[in-house]
Design a protein around this ligand. Sequence first.
Ligand SMILES: [Zn+2]
Length: 302
Amino acid sequence: MRAGLDIGGTKIDAVAVDSDGTVTGSLRLPTGFGEEEVVAGAAAAVEGLRRLTGASLDSIGVGIPGLVDPATGRVRHAVNLGFHDTPFGEALEALTHTPVAVENDVNAAALGAVHLMGLEGPVAYLNLGTGFAAGLVFDGALWRGARGVSGEIGHIPVDPQRDLCLCGQRGCLETVAAGSAIARLWPTSHPYPAQDLFRAAADGDPHAVAVSRRVSEGVAAAVRLLVLTVDVERVVIGGGVSHVGAPLLSAVRLVLEEWAAASTFLASLALPDRISLLPEGLPVAAVGAAMLGRPSSVVRSA
Ligand SMILES: [Zn+2]
């Protein structure tokens, strides 16, 4: 049995997965804040899974936001969790006496999406959360690149005249189409600004139409980029913004179809057919984290 933890800013989703990759138990705990609390919360989630399943755990995988060094389990810049540089894997191993693998949360989700959706071939998981990033899975294995930056397409500038990004560049995709961009461009008291934006656009609000178009173009640009650079067969769109659902998928497809109508080259790539939404409610990051130790998901790097 393997444990997988998806550690987010407010909650830890934990799953137990058997050797066939089937989820045999799951639970959710609040995350806490700061290094000690988050590690203790993760250990409590592992203990909860042990009690729930009655099984011993062979390994623990963790998907966590921030800059992760999978070789050492070290996590840096996990701002939402309240720590800046922590030997997270080591600390959790010491508490649980079980081998721990740590991975960036988007990469973990990519692995889980491929497994739970039964996808084959090269796949990109495009996470539209507060940030904007993709995880790449080739032949069932994560592709991190030479220095772990593979898939960080949110920091590709698409319009140097536009907004300053937290990374110091201007007009990054993240400033155009991430959840944080939507919250800034469409200020609302609605708990889910992206859903409110697309509903207002459907009702004909001109500003909402313009902002939702800008978001859809940003997502479409990311899909085009992923296909042109690594020729993924499928781009799975997940993250908080993906809860907009069918209206988001239709709007992105519409942009891709317009581009295809103007370019026989783009038309030949069949981009609209390559995108799909992550089905709601799949614990992809937790399941992907559990798979980190599996032999079939041996992580490759250049
Ligand atoms: Zn940036």
